[in-house]
Design a protein around this ligand. Sequence first.
Ligand SMILES: Nc1nc2c(ncn2[C@@H]2O[C@H](COP(=O)(O)OP(=O)(O)OP(=O)(O)O)[C@@H](O)[C@H]2O)c(=O)[nH]1
Length: 170
Amino acid sequence: MKYLAETDSLTGLLNRRAFSQNAQTILDDTQDSKTSISLILLDIDHFKQVNDNHGHLTGDHVLCTVARTIQATLRQEDLLARFGGEEFVILLNNTTLSDAKQITERLRIAIETLQIPHKNTRLQCTASFGITSLLSGDADITSLIKYADEALYQAKSQGRNCWCISTATI
Ligand SMILES: Nc1nc2c(ncn2[C@@H]2O[C@H](COP(=O)(O)OP(=O)(O)OP(=O)(O)O)[C@@H](O)[C@H]2O)c(=O)[nH]1
């Protein structure tokens, strides 16, 4: 029962509600430490076109492939969830902004280089990313998501398939 309540039925990742609960636990546990905590929001680019051109089932298949690719690129301890639609969220505990940038670039390339078999062709996609980083003691989940969302908006505005940063400390 708990599994169903916490899991996104399409991708098998944590859902948004479970993400918020797990993230809050991590933030509570690290309140007193002087480590950095980073958060990445990731949104597949022009995903509506995938649905429009190839159908909703193919869109679902692309979403699952991207979800698996993200999971495979991250460390075991990173917290990944489907945030909604074609958007994913990743909490990187004990991770500086500099490390988060490297991880994001790795994710960007992993998604960009995907070749998803479909009928007689291969589908490709890209994603845009918003990154933020705060000291554990200053971090709350609402602020982390707010900053990352602002940065994601910038990345979309700058042409997509790229990442931007927004944080209180820069
Ligand atoms: N196949 C499928 N599509 C979904 C799912 N959830 C959301 N979508 C689709 O995702 C699309 C998101 O479209 P938009 O919000 O316009 O964003 P976009 O086309 O990715 O454009 P940008 O984000 O601006 O690059 C919509 O067509 C939704 O129907 C899902 O579970 N499965």
